[in-house]
Design a protein around this ligand. Structure first.
Ligand code: 16G
Ligand code: ZN
Length: 532
């Protein structure tokens, strides 16, 4: 049964601020680091319960606030196969985080144990990691206090990227089974990716060096560690914005989120025309590429462009290998209309649209033999179904060219982090395709031109008053709003617009797209006006 005394004593060291309501949302808990101590402690408790519920399987805990400012922090739980916490448990997380007193916390713990039918006598194991934020040190201690109240076997992964923590979680749970995902160490992660990329790069003419903006975050030391393993001669990269020990620099005027939302290069970076650049976000689970043309004009190669590049390459490999497996792409409503048109009309690949948030994309991608999923913001990966994995691993090629394509597909299985989007792994995927095609970023970009688009934030009284349907492409409530949006879009050439409540900020987001920059801006403003 529950050791109430242990929990109560530990909880007294992590009092909850009275005036805040916490929500476990699409990105876990995220807030100013100052108010997160009690949340971290309680997430430790919940991780222990989750592990016990799953008979002692290892659960992951990642302390990070991704692309948020340095003063923020956050925490996410990772389920055994490296996927996001099952959504049915998000409510338990919120319930525990909001218990007002130590007694209330114990009452709610008992409630969770009962509702989720948890056998407390089962063992528990948790692996935890954290990013470079200065607040991580004390917040991780709070997580550990929560774990210790339940006598959990603990693995400290230390400073890691979010996708590395997902990788470790899956490895720990599959070690010694036929589904073993890899060696459950960071060294093992590097070796797996390095071997795969080295195979894929073999005999190819080296591309000019890639400049990598690490957002002054955990991606910087991790990229450098990786380059030591693989070697600069195989992967020539130039890490920049790698100041993880300079206070206040994390994600500041750099990183994938800055580049994507501002549609410009990191501040004070002069792009050398036609050269390749990319940006990671603060926890290295997102990546976008970019370059400048001869006039110095900035060109963004975002998640949509990566999806197109990856899908086209994988489809070619599948065909060349003589396999009959179906590739599909998953996007959200934020995908540029031109990318969807390119995927369906040029690549002739099926596209599914789902609501924003990795769990929705990941889930939908699982229904394809090979599912490529990317959010426009640069978060994404490629999933291979179990039967496709078997096909690729066991197929006997009948020609040397089939054999070569099959070898490349097999290496891709190892290269791609199938647990979650991974900036380092996705970077290697893009580099592989560019290497094989011998493409410059401009040649990659030539697939299609983005329709001009605008994203605006609207501060409303109550964002929960807004609900959507049709993968967020239509507003359900407030009633009558969709008719007004339809009216605004009606006469705009190439016009498309939708409205959704943010899952991470207290606002409503308006997206608009049209044939010209000016009409896209006008449409966004018009729709923002009817929302407000
Ligand atoms: C979260 C999501 C991300 C999504 C973003 C949208 C996960 C792990 N992360 O960060 O995929 O793009 O929310 O934010 O699911 P918004 O709801 O504020 O627009
Ligand atoms: Zn991130």
């Amino acid at each position: 049964s529950l050791n109430e005394n242990a929990v109560r004593t530990a909880s007294q060291a992590h009092p909850r601020p009275a005036d805040i309501t916490y929500t476990y949302g699409t990105a876990g808990f995220r807030a100013d680091a100052e108010v997160l101590d009690s949340v971290m402690f309680r997430v430790g408790l919940l991780a222990a319960l989750r592990s016990k519920k799953l008979g002692g399987k290892t659960i992951g805990v990642m302390v990070t606030a991704s692309h948020n400012p340095e003063k923020d922090n956050g925490v996410k739980l990772v389920d055994p196969m490296g996927e996001m916490l099952h959504s049915s448990w998000e409510a338990y997380a919120t319930l525990l985080a909001n218990a007002l007193s130590d007694d209330a916390l114990i009452a709610r713990l008992k409630e969770v144990v009962q509702t989720a039918e948890i056998d407390l006598s089962k063992p528990a194991k948790v692996v935890y990691g954290y990013d470079t934020r200065p607040s991580c040190r004390t917040l991780v201690r709070a997580v550990v206090d929560g774990l210790s109240a339940f006598d959990v076997e603990q693995v400290n992964a230390g400073l890691v990227t979010t996708p590395q923590l997902h990788y470790l979680t899956r490895c720990l749970n599959t070690e010694g089974t036929p589904d073993a995902y890899g060696e459950p160490t960071i060294e093992g992660y590097y070796k797996k990716l390095a071997n795969a990329y080295t195979t894929l790069a073999k005999g190819r003419h080296l591309l000019p060096a890639l400049t990598v903006d690490c957002a002054n975050g955990v991606g910087a030391p991790k990229l450098k560690e990786f380059v030591k393993v693989i070697g600069q001669d195989i992967l020539p990269v130039i890490p920049v914005r790698d100041h993880i020990n300079l206070a206040g620099q994390l994600n500041l005027n750099c990183g994938a989120d800055y580049v994507k939302t501002q549609q410009r290069a990191p501040k004070n970076v002069d792009l050398v025309p036609w050269q390749r650049y990319c940006s990671f976000d603060g926890d290295a689970d997102r990546i976008v590429f970019y370059y400048a043309d001869g006039e110095g004009t900035f060109h963004l190669l975002d998640g949509d462009k990566i999806a197109g590049l990856a899908a086209g390459f994988i489809m070619d490999l599948v065909k060349d290998a003589g396999l009959s497996v179906k590739v599909g792409v998953v996007q959200t409503a934020y995908a540029n209309g031109a990318s969807t048109k390119y995927l369906t009309e040029v690549l002739d690949v099926p596209v599914t649209c789902v609501p924003t948030g990795v769990k929705h994309l990941h889930h939908a991608a699982e229904s394809y033999d090979i599912g490529v999923y990317f959010e426009a913001n640069g978060h994404g990966t490629v999933l291979f179904s179990p039967s496709t994995l078997t096909t690729i691993r066991t197929h006997t090629p009948s020609t040397p060219s089939q054999s070569a394509a099959l070898d490349n597909l097999r290496a891709l299985l190892e290269l791609i982090n199938q647990t979650v989007g991974d900036a380092l792994s996705d970077m290697l995927l893009v580099e592989t395709v560019l290497l094989h095609r011998q493409w410059t970023p401009a040649q990659w970009d030539a697939a299609y031109s983005d329709f001009p688009n605008r994203l605006v934030k609207v501060l409303v009284q109550d964002r929960h008053a807004f609900t959507t349907t049709d993968a967020e492409r239509k507003v359900e409530k407030p009633e009558g709003l969709q008719a007004k949006i339809d009216e605004a879009v009606k006469d705009v050439v190439g016009g498309r617009s939708f409205v959704r409540p943010s899952g991470t900020e207290d606002c409503v987001r308006v997206y608009a797209e049209a044939a010209t920059r000016e009409t896209a801006d006008q449409l966004a403003n018009k729709v923002a006006y009817v929302v407000f």
